[in-house]
Design a protein around this ligand. Structure first.
Ligand code: GDG
Length: 762
């Protein structure tokens, strides 16, 4: 049994089964995924799970026998889907709802509960197959919009499985995605994975927005935190198998076709376009633009030809049948308007062409015209570049294809702009040879470097680290071992980084009620009184409160508002962590928060010196949570481009400086100190995770209460935390006599002294 199998899950298996006369036969499936993964699949002991394409019919035993042999000999595991289910799941929800919606065409979306139920059912069947065949150590790689629920369905039954998802098509703006009645289920479905990857950063960004606005979950640039685990996000543009096109290009047969075409005496300038007959591909728009070129630039009459290959696709869906009619009519119109006895402007191939012929078409075309209205990536663009190797064809590429992000040397077009597109084609046809060669060479280098095997390897690397880093249930409620505390008690130089609310005192319904307990005050005093122990209280509270409660404790550092301002224990002066403190912004932001406070009875606004917070602990929980996600989304827009951020915490949404965090505050204080021999950090929420993350590995990090954490140890409540601090405050064997903390003295002095200390104080 291999321990690192790759299980590829896609709507279709690499082979489909079909009836030929009295027998069942295997035929290759359409789609490039097999080719993309083939170069790495062999090394990875890859299994495939997918639909085999045909439904039970006559001779069920024969069909089963063939499918069984696929499984045995090739690792292809078929998912059985009854014909009526395929129609509702595949033609229905996947291609009539999700496909147009994810491409951003809400007007073309069909919403229908029946097809949604079929989609769920089909996804469940895929998940069942995965779970049935699962072996510990497997890496499960789910592909595309047909199977968005699969990651979560598998996660529910295999909590420890490694699951990745790749979306081949775009993700739309949140406004459009929200249209879907099943939006929440779909997002949750995807977030069952350890890694969700997209073709471009733009799609990834739109996905993050949807997660925020629909689920109310904040996301990092490349991560969604779900509490008990996190999901990595990545932009991994797919490539083509360049080697395969090179091999075809080099074949004798293809070479002789290419030579014959290039050397033909009456050779026309040719433009190649290759698409599935799909309304996202912009075929009618392209034909209109070509007509415009011929109308406005008669010099091309008789000299240029557009070869449009259009492979029929999803023909049972009415939208597709209609598109087929539209395209045929337009081809007829353009040819009818301009053709002569010796010249046909448009050659229309409404069928699939053989790979060898396609290679020759790409290689001999002067222009590759790729004009989708929206496309995840578009492999045709890359294939054209690969087949022009050593030649000087020009790629004209829609700015709405994912490929446009990578292929900057192409001529970019807006496919909706008929005149602009006609001009771009004219420009491509008249571009000087050296410029054409330079552009093609640069494109070819990039397409070759980011080829399909490189893409797959990158995905699997990302998946490996996502699965490793994503599980953060953290340690059990055990606390640090006794000998560690003993060592801590004896260490010469020590530092303590302590959160207050939830860590030293329990959370109270109203923040003002969470006053320090005598036990908390006592232990702070004892620790801070020791000259070789540096104690810093790092809190989200305002400095006035910290000063009132703790201002008189000798030797104690205070950091207020998550480290926006810090007070040293000697000079007792507050200084900002960064320069340029300004609270003017509150004037603009306060009304937004007030509006939400009005809408949720029981909620209130807390005004800090450099921040604003909306607390909803006392509001009706469901309404509070709902409004909180709406508020965060609104604030994200309002604060874009400022150095402020909106963060949701425990029953609170807070606006504060993005640069302020407890980790940086601790490091700023730490910079001027002698290297501590022992260091302890204490915290109970997300803002303390910044602290745990930035301290050196050797620090003893301690989470108070439940929730995911980076901390090494956990204790159940503030009382248990104080018990640990009490032990560390016991009489120390090796305390050096009368040692005044150096840093404190430096910081208390002049600005010049502060900068000499090498710290980052302004
Ligand atoms: C989805 C996303 C993303 C076409 N005609 C013939 C033929 N083809 C091949 C092409 C190319 C493939 O079909 C089409 O790939 P695209 O990338 O253009 O588009 P989709 O099918 O919509 O694919 C897309 C892709 O997934 C991969 O992630 O790029 O954005 O929509 O390989 O060569 N092949 C042959 N004869 C034809 O007539 N042999």
């Amino acid at each position: 049994m291999s321990s690192q199998r790759l299980v590829v899950v896609a709507n279709r298996l690499p082979l489909r089964i079909r009836r030929s006369g009295a027998a069942w036969q295997a035929a290759p499936s359409p789609g490039g995924l097999v080719a993309a993964l083939a170069p790495i699949a062999a090394d990875l002991d890859a299994q495939w799970i997918g639909w085999a394409g045909a439904n039970p019919g006559p001779d069920e035993a024969g069909r089963r026998a063939l499918l069984d042999s696929w499984e045995r000999d090739r690792g292809f595991i078929a998912v059985d889907l009854p014909a009526d289910l395929v129609e509702r799941y595949y033609d229905g929800y996947a291609n009539s709802t999700l496909w147009p919606l994810l491409h951003g065409f809400p007007g073309r979306v069909r919403l229908d509960r029946e097809t949604w139920l079929a989609y769920r059912d089909a996804n469940q069947r895929f998940a069942d197959r995965i779970v049935e065949r699962y072996q510990p150590g497997d890496r499960i790689w789910v592909h595309d919009y047909h199977l968005a629920l699969v990651p979560q369905l598998v996660r529910e039954r295999l909590p420890d499985a490694t699951i990745g998802f790749f979306l081949h098509i775009p993700f739309p703006s949140a406004e459009i995605f929200k249209i879907l009645p099943e939006r929440e289920r779909l997002l949750r479905g995807l977030l069952g994975a350890d890694l969700v990857a997209f073709q471009t950063h733009a799609h990834l960004h739109d996905f993050r927005r949807a997660v925020l606005e629909i689920l109310g979950l904040e996301t990092g640039m490349d991560r969604v935190d779900l509490g008990d685990r996190s999901v990595a996000l990545a932009a991994l543009p797919i490539g083509i198998v360049v080697g395969e096109w090179e091999r075809r290009l080099a074949s004798r047969k293809v070479q002789s076709v290419i030579r014959a075409r290039r050397e033909a005496p009456d050779r026309l300038r040719t433009i190649i376009a290759v698409d599935r007959l799909d309304d996202t591909k912009g075929i009618p728009e392209r034909l209109r633009a070509f007509r415009q070129l011929l109308r406005t630039r008669p010099e091309w009459h008789g000299r240029v030809q557009l070869v449009q290959v259009a492979v029929p696709s999803r023909e049972r869906i009415p939208r597709y049948a209609e598109l087929r009619r539209t395209v045929s009519e337009l081809v007829g119109e353009v040819n009818g308007e301009f053709a002569t006895a010796d010249w046909n402007p448009v050659v229309y191939l409404r069928r699939s062409v053989e790979p060898a012929e396609l290679t020759a078409l790409y290689a001999t075309a002067d222009v590759g015209w790729v004009a989708p209205l929206r496309d995840g990536m578009n492999l045709v663009a890359k294939e054209y570049v690969a087949c022009q190797a050593g030649e000087s064809g020009v790629l004209v590429l829609s700015e709405f294809a994912g490929a446009a992000q990578e292929l900057g040397e192409a001529i970019r077009v807006n496919p909706y702009d008929v005149d602009g597109s006609a001009d771009a084609i004219h420009r491509a046809l008249t571009m000087p040879e050296p410029e054409r060669r330079d552009r093609e060479a640069a494109l070819l280098a990039r397409v070759t470097r980011n080829d399909a095997p490189a893409w797959a390897r990158r995905f699997l690397d990302e998946l490996r680290s996502a699965a490793r880093d994503g599980r953060r249930d953290g340690p059990p409620n055990a606390g640090p071992p006794s000998e560690l505390l003993e060592r801590g008690r004896a260490a010469a130089e020590r530092a303590f980084w302590l959160d207050y609310d939830g860590s030293l005192v329990a959370i109270a319904p109203r923040p003002a009620d969470a006053v320090p307990t005598p036990a908390a005050l006592a232990v702070l005093r004892r620790l801070a009184a020791d000259p070789s122990t540096h104690v810093a209280l790092l809190s989200g509270r305002a400095r006035s409160e910290l000063e009132r409660w703790f201002g008189e404790i000798p030797g104690l550092w205070l950091a207020a508002e998550h480290g926006v301002v810090i007070r040293d224990p000697i000079g007792r002066e507050w200084r900002p962590l960064h320069g340029g403190l300004d609270a003017q912004w509150k004037v603009a932001v306060r009304p937004t928060l007030e509006h939400f406070a009005d809408r949720a009875p029981g909620s209130s606004i807390e005004e800090k010196e450099f921040g604003l917070a909306w607390h909803y602990r006392l509001a009706e929980p469901e309404l509070g949570a709902f409004l909180a996600s709406e508020l965060v989304a609104l604030l994200h827009r309002q604060l874009a481009g400022t150095d402020l951020v909106a963060l949701s915490g425990r029953k609170v949404v807070e606006v504060r400086f993005g640069w302020a965090n407890k980790g940086d505050a601790a490091l700023a204080i730490r910079e001027g100190m002698p290297e501590p021999e022992f260091e302890l950090a204490l915290g109970d929420d997300r803002t303390d995770e910044d602290l745990f993350e930035r301290l050196p590995e050797t620090a003893l990090t301690l989470r108070v209460g439940s929730g995911p954490t980076r901390a090494r140890y956990r204790v159940p409540d503030p009382a248990a935390a104080i018990a640990i601090l009490d032990r560390l405050a016991e009489t120390r064997p090796s305390v050096k006599p009368m040692r005044v903390p150096d840093v404190a003295r430096q910081l208390a002095g002049s600005g010049a002294a502060a900068s000499r200390s090498g710290s980052r104080w302004p």
